[in-house]
Design a protein around this ligand. Sequence first.
Ligand code: 3PG
Length: 390
Amino acid sequence: MADLDLAGKRVLIRQDLNVPLKKGVVADGTRIHASLPTIQAALDAGARVMIMSHLGRPTEGEYVHQYSMAPVANFLSALLNQPVRLEQNWLEPEFIPVEPGEVVLCENVRFNLGEKANDEALSRRMAKMCDVFVMDAFGTAHRAQASTHGVAKYAPIACAGPLLAGELEALGKALDNPARPLVAIVGGSKVSTKLTVLETLSKKVDQLIVGGGIANTFIAADGGNVGNSLYEADLIGTCKKLQADAQSRGGDIPVPTDVVCGKQFAENAEAETKAVADVQDDDMIFDIGPKTAEKLAEILKNAGTIVWNGPVGVFEFNQFGEGTKEIAMAIAESDAFSIAGGGDTLAAVAKYKICDDVSYISTGGGAFLEFLEGKKLPAVEILEQRAASS
Ligand code: 3PG
């Protein structure tokens, strides 16, 4: 985007302003803050700025008040210190008027029929609205939809925005050309939702660390008792194979040796730290234990690059958060280039106040995971195709 002359041009920017709302107000504006430099740069260049984004997953084809971008327009307006006009009927046959220096926020793209199906006619209507289309929504780059992919195909000029470019650069630095050793921490509740990530990363990294319910399945694969914990019996064989593959490469995937258990999933559940060998049939494992956390922290402190996706315990409950806290602190103290992504991970980064100590915090959830899986992001691919053919 920086290479283009945007003065007086109609610039349509696709952002990911899909933020959580509480009682009609933005509850976490991280993604809006992250999109600000791009919007500001377009304004400074004298562009007529039109922004589009989705919010939530409304049924297509109708306006649903709950999913209106109005709270986002207010939040953005306060950050920019200038009015942000929310435009309801931005796909009218007549172009919506936008003056240079003005910011218009288009109402939720997912109110339009054909958005998710990447409908060609809808994509062409969006493309016609602008002189330049800027794809800046890393968080939605894994979706081939009209406002991310189709419009990029038909717009007179299409380019990546600074946020998208920055995300791709940081992820590329972490995964394609990393300072070694490269360590990845994959936590979360289920192996099944992160299987491709585990398989892809296990071949790339020097050390894979697993946590949360994922680690429970690895404990079971190692012959340990997981009691009443969340785990996936049908994926024990898969975990055994991942472990055997890691061992054949001369390393291993560390399996927790001690854990923190409770008898029920509740905020006031009593926490008991014990060796894995002492886990009872009515125990539920909610965190890694201190000995395991110390061992993992040691690995992290010596890393050259760290990729973090997923907490290693139920950190929302303080008594089961020590493992995730120790991991967070080890990342903060490490000299490694570190990158964190995913909703729960970012909540942990915020809870343990390490935002300023992580080298790069991704705005992507699903997109971050798909990048880790080694998948091509369709909204990036179309920009590359256009650049290659121009
Ligand atoms: C996200 O929050 O991960 C992105 O905004 C994508 O949203 P979606 O999963 O509804 O497409």
